[in-house]
Write a protein that binds this ligand. Structure first.
Ligand SMILES: [Zn+2]
Length: 215
């Protein structure tokens, strides 16, 4: 992990690297992460960055924002938080939808510069990692590259072929039958788990002859 403690270290890190931002998500239970400044983040959110050599490092919200500033990234990095507080969700979601879907909208609020399809895929990738491999984020391509591309090109809809590829990845993973099954099981264990919906992704898959492993 690089050292990013202090402003100069952050500047050096950005100067000496072609950093990529992969995403932002919440800390999962009992799974703290270390910020590159050496502080441990036990609650809340963290950013996931990739160095030129492919290594991953994490930052707190504060350190992450400073690094993003130095990278000249001005868009708000979308948040994946599967344990969305439903009241928060209602506040941001406004009218329409049930409580759980409103939770989805709160996530969407942070994704306002992304197309609706890209929003779905961004959230879906994190869910696939969690459901299929119990991972917080993708360890390798194609999912890792897809995440960074969604942030880089938020307004260009991802290709249908990438969506069906994700569907095939879920089909090949042994842990779950489908993302819908996974979500439903998680909701049984934790009523705050967001009932993510993927209407546009499902439409693309259902237009093919493939089994739908998302739904
Ligand atoms: Zn830090």
């Amino acid at each position: 992990m690089p050292n990013c403690r202090g402003d100069q270290a952050k500047q050096n890190l950005v100067n000496n690297n072609k950093l990529v931002i992969l995403g932002r998500r919440n800390i999962t239970q009992n799974n703290p992460v270390n910020c590159c400044c050496n502080n441990t983040i036990t609650t809340g959110q963290y950013y996931i960055f990739e160095e030129s050599n492919g290594n991953i490092f994490y930052t707190s919200k504060g350190c992450g924002r400073k690094i993003l500033d130095l990278m000249n990234i001005n868009v708000r990095i979308p948040l994946f938080d599967p344990l969305q507080n439903q009241i928060q969700g209602l506040g941001a979601g406004g009218a329409g939808g049930n409580d759980r879907v409103a939770g989805n909208n709160e996530v969407g609020h942070n994704l306002r510069n992304m197309t609706d399809l890209n929003k779905e895929v961004y959230l879906l990738i994190f869910l696939v990692c969690q459901g299929c491999w119990d991972l917080d984020f993708p360890q390798r391509d194609p999912l890792r590259g897809l995440l960074s591309n969604l942030i880089k090109y938020p307004t260009n809809d991802i290709f249908d072929s990438k969506v069906t590829h994700i569907n095939n990845i879920v089909g090949a993973c042994n842990n779950i039958n489908s993302i819908r099954d996974y979500i439903n099981n998680e909701i049984v264990n934790n009523p705050n788990f967001v009932d993510f919906q993927f209407p546009l992704v499902n439409q693309i898959i259902n237009d093919t002859n493939l089994n739908n492993n998302i739904n």
